[in-house]
Design a protein around this ligand. Structure first.
Ligand code: SAJ
Length: 417
């Protein structure tokens, strides 16, 4: 097949590369020339295990080339961002411009697949309306389906190949045509449904996780009030065969879980109260973490805080919607506090990143905000000569309490003290 993939980010790039590796002729399209250049040189602009090798193989095979404009194909996969606006409304402008850019090249029997996570009704109402301007009859002459991406950053390639896929067609024929594409590289089961159901399935998966994390965060706050360890409560409660409480933390970040539930709230605000409350609870965690920092350093004059981790979760370089950014904003607004940031995964950030030694030098309070694997191997004994005050706040229950206490540190766990 000849396939054009529009949007070469965390989803589009691995999808395009896997399609090319499976023998399709793939034209990638991204509006950023820099991204296109990096890909055409056989590299990846996204940090994801195995992706660089996959892109390199796809480009070297001659089956995959990137452009800044969409190239004529038979199948078009739209995998562009769907962020939220400041008022928590879905911003569909990237889908709109991607669809508009296809209008001059669409022809009879083409298939358009939307992979971007979208509010219910986007494919059937919003996208179909734009594509109708091609003068092709949607569902009969131009086929349209929603096939939401469901892969976990950090395990994208494995999950792209093995996860089950949900394909929602605007008509049955649309779903069947999309299934033909995914069948060529997905070895998990493929389920066909209508487009709006597929949109809702995807939103519910992330909302389920968000609500469960909110429950854990609420427990962390309650436990702090009464001086018990929420992590122990979770471990013991999860021994029950039908209980799976998630983990508390400094907040929920990323471009998915912290965004997608708002798409439901936007459309069904008076009904979707649980979804909305869960979002607000999770969004309150950076403030809760900051309050914990303030309380812990209240006895120190002009304390220097060392922030460990600014990406949105462990072992990734993606900083979108990361809780650390909000915590750092609070710290910055307080003239009494100084800070340094150490994150071995992140190369570019809005604030200066310092190296290991600079980050801990004269530190009064170490705050682990992201549980990158590297942090677990930090030897607290080694830090003894660097830091000014031996204080560590673990927001992820990632550090070995005993080891840090043995080295003389006061260890504070979010959701306990
Ligand atoms: N987090 C917690 N506690 C937990 C689990 C996660 O605080 O118990 C935090 C993480 O630290 C992070 C955020 O939640 O800040 C989200 O991380 P995640 O690993 O739960 O999810 P994402 O955003 O990386 O990927 C999710 C996945 N969705 C589900 O697992 C239902 C993935 O499969 C989706 O494809 C992806 O969203 C997406 O693109 O929508």
């Amino acid at each position: 097949m000849k396939i054009s993939v529009l949007g070469l980010g965390y989803i589009g790039l691995p999808t395009a590369s896997i399609l090319a590796a499976n023998g399709h002729t793939v034209y990638g399209c991204d509006i950023y020339q820099k991204v296109v250049d990096v890909i055409n040189s056989g590299n990846s602009h996204v940090e994801e295990p195995g992706l660089k090798t996959l892109v390199q193989a796809a480009v070297n095979s001659g089956n995959f080339k990137a452009y800044t404009t969409p190239q004529i194909a038979d199948v078009y996969i739209i995998s562009v961002p769907t962020p939220i606006t400041e008022t928590k409304k879905a911003d569909l402008s990237y889908i709109e411009s991607a669809a508009e850019s296809l209008l001059p090249i669409l022809k009879k029997n083409d298939l358009v697949i939307l992979e971007s996570t979208s509010p219910p009704g986007t494919t059937k109402d919003f996208l179909a309306q734009i594509l109708e301007k091609s003068n092709l009859k949607i569902g009969e002459e131009l086929f349209l389906a929603h096939c939401p991406e469901r892969v976990l950053p950090g395990k994208i390639i494995n999950e792209l190949l093995h996860n089950a896929r949900i394909i929602g067609g605007i008509t049955q024929k649309s779903a069947q045509k999309a299934e033909e594409v995914y069948k060529t590289f997905v070895d998990g089961p493929i389920y066909l449904t209508d487009a709006t159901t597929a949109e809702m399935v995807k939103l519910m998966e992330n909302t389920y996780r968000d609500v469960n994390i909110a429950l854990a965060n609420e427990l962390a706050k309650v436990s702090s009030e009464i001086g018990i360890n929420s992590w122990e409560v979770i471990d013991l409660a999860n021994l029950h065969p039908r209980v799976n409480i998630h983990s508390p933390g400094p907040g929920v970040g990323g471009h998915c879980i912290s965004v997608d539930p708002w798409f439901i709230v936007e459309r069904f605000s008076p009904i979707a109260r649980l979804t909305s409350e869960a979002r607000n609870i999770n969004d309150s965690m950076p403030q809760f973490t900051y309050d914990l920092i303030l309380k812990s350093v209240s006895h120190i004059k002009n304390p220097k805080i060392t922030v460990l981790g600014v990406s949105y979760k462990a072992n990734v370089d993606d900083c979108r919607e990361a809780p650390s950014e909000k915590i750092i904003d609070f710290i910055k607004q307080n003239d009494e506090l100084n800070f340094n940031i150490y994150d071995p995964h992140v190369k570019y950030y809005t604030h200066e990143l310092t190296n290991f030694e600079q980050s801990f030098k004269d530190s009064d309070c170490i705050v682990l905000a992201v549980d990158h694997t590297e942090y677990k191997y930090i030897d607290p004994e080694q830090l003894s000569n660097l830091v000014r005050n031996k204080l560590v706040i673990d927001t992820r229950n990632a550090l070995d309490k005993e080891k840090w206490e043995k080295a003389g540190f006061k260890y504070i766990l979010l959701g306990h003290s």
